[in-house]
Write a protein that binds this ligand. Sequence first.
Ligand code: SF4
Length: 273
Amino acid sequence: MYDVPISLSPSRVEAFTSCPMAFRFASIEKLPEPPGIHMTRGSLVHRALELFFMRPAAERTAPRLEQALESALVEYRTDPDFTGLALGTDEIATFESECRELIANYLRMEDPTTVREIGLELRLEAQVDALTLRGIIDRLELDADGELIVTDYKTGRAPSVNYEQKSLAGVHFYSFLCELVFGRRPRAIRLMYLKSGETITATPSAQSVKFITTRTQAVWRAVERACQTGDFRPRPGPLCSGCAFQEWCPAFGGDPSRAAVEATARQALLALA
Ligand code: SF4
């Protein structure tokens, strides 16, 4: 019924488990989604940190980080993810000050001059049977003993204890990818929550790798089944309020079969405007 995707990333695994119907719209039918302010702010701060870490360790000072943020802000001024937000002057000022706050928090969380990064925004890819696993690691570094550490920046709030394991699943996936690509399991994976200044650290183990392998394969089999049967169920929850596909979602009285035609026609009209 639908072509089965041949690759999976942590975000796709999470997207399918959160709502198969939204996954169908975004990843199978590839319907356009308008940019969201949280996503754009997160990408911009990631870009600023990437630019900052391109500098030699001794130059990683507060003024240099502010400079990196200014460069990222300039880059984003013409980016569709930013222009598509259509922010007014006051909203732009708030957006920029939130970005400044996040990077100021970052500097309170670690000393960047001691970080021995070996990869920034590192794209990793590995084959597991017929499936390609893909992921982008924010920062891969070496600790004092030369062991690998995976660091992931988060610009949202830290999760409650109940959701901590779920939020670590993505970085365990990166750790699994490192093991497949480099033949070495990272010593630690870290989630740096820039909003609250908290860092969650986990130690990958044979058990966590097995869990990720089993979970990824189970999700892929479920995706495969849904593509063959066309049965992508909506899963209403907290994500619905920001979902770009609500009008076509059966949980909200919509008709999913109209989505592709209507979304494409809307895009064409926007391009003409
Ligand atoms: S509105 Fe909610 S249930 Fe429907 S597709 Fe979006 S996230 Fe899923």
